[in-house]
Design a protein around this ligand. Sequence first.
Ligand code: BGC
Length: 382
Amino acid sequence: MKLIAYCLTAAMTIATITTASAAAAAAKPKGEPFGKTADGTPVEVFTLTNAKGIKLRAMTYGAIVLSLETPDRNGKSADIVLGYRTLADYIKSTPYFGAIVGRYGNRIAQGKFKVDGKQHSLATNNTPGGMPCALHGGLKGFDKVVWQGEGVTQAGAQGVRFRYVSKDGEEGYPGTLALTVTYWLSDNNEWRVDYLATTDKATPINVTQHSYFNLKGEGNGDILGHELTFKASKFTPVNAGLIPTGELRPVKGTPFDFTSKHAIGERVNSVDEQMKFGGGYDHNWVLDNQTGSLALAATVYEPTTGRTMEVLTTEPGLQFYCGNFLDGKLTGKSGRPYEFRNGFCLETQHYPDSPNQPSFPTTILRPGQTLKSTTVFRFGAN
Ligand code: BGC
């Protein structure tokens, strides 16, 4: 009798545990209040977790990733993306920490382009080398608008789906653009970013994720010891205004060669005209994979913590920016200033200024077409 009772209790415990974990896997992340913008629009934060201890928080303002905690080789977690604690901090001033940038990520020369012969003008919000250009979508790009957020799930992954409709003429871009960006966090340690967009008029589009990484943990100093490998044998050199010259230049024999592993700091201070223009690495690499299917683009290894990150993408380009404009004036979420080169971005994208560069892969989306793009950040430690 006792044995039967014991077996029954054990079976019930197992049943309870099974039901509980099945419920956890199916639970859709819920939006929690995260403050309001100046005009009173509520902003929500969504928290995604996985079975291996990774946690990603993202908010509806700018679809910004607020934090991303991953374990190091000893299982110790740290937040590996730069950012702030409050919405007010993001609204005040941010170099695009964690945001989705667009409608056109990176630069368009002089803020001007033509589509089907018609001239369009954008605000020029950036002047590297004294040369005005439009950067990351304009004065109020996708990083500064409130998106609609919805928790989603699928087998082995939790997600948040962000939607934004950019009106015809917004920031000078033609056509109403409907954009969906979904962040998935899976139990196999992948943060997957899926982009979907349609338009009612032909428009350039180049959306990307602008997280600043420091695999030592944000606020833990510079990123110079991170070791990188890129699947890219060419890059797009720029002029003093950081606009591509149109050339696809082989990286071989230059400090831009990451076809084998190199630390960021190893050659970043080389005497090199391109390095001078960027103030360090701030360039677009031409990925070897130009097929549009998902392929490995970059691997990152941080030797002190053992953290690794692989970047896979369907995009043809990768902007590697090593935080050359960080200067200690911004204080991060843990109360420490972000100094020169304390974070780096790996922005999967089409090439900068493509609307003015007919030889680059096109960035024009037309009515009836659907833009589909995917990037995966895969984390590990060894
Ligand atoms: C660009 C940098 C720019 C930075 C803004 C990067 O994507 O490549 O030139 O300064 O964004 O924070």
